[in-house]
Design a protein around this ligand. Structure first.
Ligand code: ATP
Length: 905
């Protein structure tokens, strides 16, 4: 049964599914057994996950081992021994068990995250990994060199490009493996020693050719040669003058970031040795017999680091005790698109000792810091490169030069960022982990492309980090790479170790890309293609030729063949471009169709959701409506009951009214809205009757007023007759009275209009309130009329008094002139006496004998003449009755309110 593991370094790819992951029973490994979940995963670099290939493992021939002739990347595992302190801390819990020289078993310790995950059934407590070669804690540096790097040196001298890089958790022994410590020289010094040992007598001592860019060579002028010499000597002298030649002192340099100095405690690992200290006989068999005849070798080295995604040359200028700003290097591409580090310093070396000293000089500039896991932790990826110029002094210069390279990369250790207390350390750890993650992604993509040739190729994200960009050439066929995985068997970092091993398992499934030689063969095969249609013998010849030149260089071809090759390659490029276009079109089509599918699925999903939502909403609102209906039903049934009661009450009252009984006492709250319907109908009927009555009264008032006005006019005429100047005031008052009367008339007209509108309001049945308002307005108008009439009355009283005075004056005059009074002339009588006699007499008569004043001034006149008033009572008009009733109520009652009016009805 297969299961997948999480990707190394936290990334995930389809490799997870394809990774060879198998389980065996846990019982045989002594692990706790749980039903249903196997306890052991086997991660084998050379195996396919399919069961059919599992069997191949058993019969796998030695030649097919990873990293050997099957073209797979070599991955070595090196387990460092526990230190005394670590042993005392109880870090030895047997979590790393080497089974044989290829297989190792990792058992999760109790406290580890993996064990907790295993207990929850998420993963296994044991993992088995296979490697090209496993070197246990007891392995010496020499043994490790022998099995890992020795052959690489040989290959480089034969013109190949090789890369060796170390990968592992911090404090796992990467730097120890590469550089060594004290007398235990690491892989790099050993390789340098081996190289120079092989090149004895074959070194090209002149410095007139220098490697530049990716793998080009430049001929130096004499001035440039002098400059190169100076630089080289200064670096070597620096090493002689080291202030901390023995003792691990401190040097200070500027990180170049933020301009702040960072302290680097230079490791003492290399400082303890004056020279390469190799075990006796370690290079005894390293003769240069297999080197090409007649070729000389010029060795150049460079050393740089990638710190926080910035490139720094470790061999640039001399180190100083003062802080200084370091210059960052940039990456560039040559014409073929091969990446290289611009302005990188290359130093020619002529012996292993010189190389050793240059390495130490560079190492002084490297970024180290003390972390919680390693007191001397590399905070950068460092790359030491050895370029070998293959010079054939006898051959034509164009054909003589060949360059090969050996690069050794000491990767910074992966670590948990959260464990870094220091901000700078945290930043470094982030950058380290990010670049390692990119390396993992590149390897995963390469592996995917190798395993899925029929499927569209994945883009390998080399450009995502400086590290992968620098190493790109080794992963793309311009060389081969080998990996050393360093692990620390401490139980406390088991989880990190497991991740590192998973990463290595992925890397070990990589197959090297076609080498440059294969490319030559490919170009030659293309050249032969046009001739393929020729006769058989020529094909045979070609085949023979192919076997001859396959190992050669394309520069071996003559100009004509080269031009031909260029033409063929152009055509090939065109063909491949067209192929790619078709492929891209297909990919686009597929993507579009997949996206459309996704969109239609999403649409379907949305419409389903919408439908469900709609149904839900409908249901919710239906519930609400039914609840509302229920409440309304209750409310209206209550209302209906109340109305029924009111109706019953009103119909009982109506029955009684019809039966001639007295109207029932008004219901409590009859003006309330609940009872207003029935009451309004009743009050409308009453209002109609009352309006009719008021109308009649109004008409009578009008007629009465008309009569009074006529009488007043007549009186005025009579008063004007004496022609006395003393009557002017009375005249004015009379005019006032007339004005008042006109006003009274107008008001009465308005009253009539109001009454009519009240009547209309009743007729239209527009509601009790309007009727009430109309009645209130009419009431107010009546009050105003009342007031005006009173004023008029007063005015007339004054007129009356004035007339009386005039009458008295006239009487006195008549007494003074008895003759004229006893015998008035007809003319005078007509003109003055006769005309005024009647009124004067009238005035002097008792008031009850003067109907005009009695009717106009009922209050004052009749109060003194009760009998006369009683007599007139019977003849009083409705209007005068209203006025009288109002005037009689002492004190004057306020204007009736609409409520009091309503109360009448
Ligand atoms: N095979 C070994 N034998 C003896 N000591 C070792 C071995 N490997 C590592 N050590 C010791 O372990 C310590 C840590 O090693 P080293 O500094 O090389 O780790 P590292 O992986 O480079 O750490 P970092 O990534 O933090 O730089 C050193 O003191 C080193 O001497």
């Amino acid at each position: 049964m297969a299961f997948s593991l999480s990707s190394p370094c936290g990334f995930r790819s389809d490799e997870d599914e394809e990774m060879a992951v198998f389980e065996s029973t846990a019982a045989e490994h002594g692990g706790p057994s749980r039903p249903g979940l196997p306890e052991l995963s086997v991660i084998s670099p050379g195996l396919d996950p399919r069961p059919s290939i599992i069997e191949q493992k058993a019969v796998k021939p030695a030649a097919a081992r990873p990293g050997s002739s099957d073209g797979r990347v070599e991955v070595f595992l090196r387990i460092r021994p526990l230190t005394e302190a670590e042993s005392e801390r109880g870090e030895e819990q047997g979590c790393v068990a080497v089974q044989d020289e290829e297989n190792v078993l990792l058992k999760a310790p109790k406290e580890s995250h993996s064990m907790r995950a295993a207990e929850r059934g998420i993963t296994q407590s044991m993992h088995k990994f296979s490697f090209s070669k496993i070197m246990g804690p007891e392995t010496t540096q020499q043994q490790f060199y022998e099995c890992s790097m020795k052959k690489m040196v040989k290959d480089v001298l034969q013109g190949e490009n090789r890369l060796l890089y170390t990968y592992g958790v911090t404090n796992s022994g990467k730097t120890y493996t590469i550089q060594g410590s004290g007398p235990e020289a690491g892989l790099l010094p050993r390789a340098l020693s081996s190289l120079f040992s092989k090149l004895q007598g074959r070194l090209y001592g002149a410095m007139d050719m220098k490697p530049i860019m990716y793998q080009d060579v430049r001929h130096l002028s004499s001035g440039e040669i002098r400059m190169e010499e100076l630089r080289r000597n200064s670096l070597l002298k620096e090493d002689d003058n080291l202030p901390f030649r023995r003792g691990g002192n401190t040097t200070v340099w500027d990180s170049g970031i933020g301009g702040l100095s960072s302290t680097s405690n230079i490791a003492t690992q290399l400082e303890d040795t004056d020279g390469v200290c190799l075990e006796p006989g370690s290079l005894s068999h390293s003769g240069g017999d297999d080197l090409e005849e007649g070729v000389q070798f010029s060795i150049w080295v460079s050393f740089f680091e990638i710190y926080n995604e910035f490139l720094y040359d470790l061999l640039d200028a001399s180190p100083s005790l003062q802080p200084r700003k370091r210059v960052t290097l940039r990456l560039g591409d040559d014409k073929q698109g091969n990446p290289y580090v611009k302005d990188l310093v290359w130093i020619q070396i002529r012996s292993a000792d010189e190389a050793w000293r240059i390495l130490k000089a560079g190492r002084r500039n490297q970024s180290f810091a003390s972390t919680h896991l390693n007191t001397n932790s590399s905070r950068s990826h460092s790359i030491f490169s050895i370029r070998v110029l293959h010079v054939n002094p006898e051959a034509d210069s164009a054909k003589s030069m060949h360059i090969s390279e050996l690069s050794v990369c000491d990767l910074a250790g992966s670590e948990r960022c959260k464990e870094q207390r220091n901000g700078e350390r945290m930043k470094e750890a982030n950058n380290i982990n990010a670049s390692l993650l990119t390396l993992g992604r590149c390897i995963a993509a390469l592996r995917h492309n190798q395993n899925n040739k029929s499927r569209p190729a994945q883009v390998v994200p080399f450009r995502d980090s400086k590290l992968t960009r620098v190493l790109q050439g080794f992963f793309c066929g311009r060389g081969t790479s080998s990996m050393v995985v360093n692990i620390n068997p401490c139980a406390s970092i088991y989880d990190e170790t497991l991740q590192a091993l998973k990463f290595s398992a992925l890397a070990s499934q990589l197959v090297h890309g076609p080498s440059t030689k294969t490319r030559v063969a490919y170009i030659l095969s293309l050249l032969r293609e046009p001739a393929a249609g020729g006769n058989e013998s020529s094909v045979m010849e070609d085949e023979e030729e192919e076997s001859d030149v396959e190992d050669g260089d394309i520069s071996m071809l003559n100009t004509e063949s080269m031009l031909q090759a260029i033409d063929v390659l152009k055509r090939e490029v065109q063909r491949q471009r067209e192929e790619k276009e078709v492929l891209e079109a297909n990919v686009r089509e597929q993507v579009v169709s997949e996206v459309m599918e996704v969109i239609s699925e999403m649409e379907a999903g949305y419409s389903e959701n919408l439908e469900a939502e709609r149904a839900l909403t409908e249901e919710r609102y239906e519930d609400k409506i039914s609840t509302l209906q229920k409440h309304l039903k209750i409310f209206y049934s209550k209302e209906l009951n109340e109305r029924d009661q009111v109706i019953e009450c009103l119909s009982a009252a109506l029955d009684k009214t019809q039966a001639g009984e007295a109207p029932p006492p008004s219901l409590p709250g009859e003006d309330s809205i609940a009872c207003s319907g029935g009451l309004l109908r009743r009050s409308e009927r009453i209002n109609k009757t009352e309006s009719g009555r008021l109308q009649v009264e109004l008409d009578q008032c009008r007629a009465e007023l008309l009569a009074k006005t006529q009488e007043l006019t007549k009186l005025k005429t009579q008063l004007e007759a004496p022609g006395s100047t003393g009557t002017l005031a009375a005249d004015r008052k009379l005019e006032d009275g007339q004005r008042n009367l006109r006003q009274l008339r107008l008001d009465l007209q308005r009253l009539g209009a109001d009454l009519q509108s009240g009547e209309r309001a009743c007729c239209r049945n527009t509601g009790g309130e309007k009727l009430r308002q109309a009645l209130a307005a009419a009431d107010e108008t009546l009050a105003k009329q009342d007031q005006i009439l009173l004023e008029l009355q007063n005015g007339l009283m004054l007129v009356k008094a004035d007339l009386r005075r005039k009458a008295e004056t006239l009487a006195q005059k008549q007494l003074a002139t008895p003759l004229s009074a006893a015998h008035p002339t007809p003319g005078s009588c007509n003109k003055r006496g006769c005309g005024t006699t009647a009124p004067i007499d009238t005035e002097n008569r008792p008031p009850q004998k003067r109907p005009f004043f009695q009717s106009i001034f009922p209050t004052q006149t009749l109060t003194r003449r009760c009998n006369a008033r009683l007599a007139e009572e019977a003849n009083a008009t409705p209007y005068s009755r209203i006025l009288r009733s109002r005037q009689q109520s002492p004190p004057r009652s306020p204007a009736p309110t609409p409520r009091s009016l309503r109360g009448k009805y």
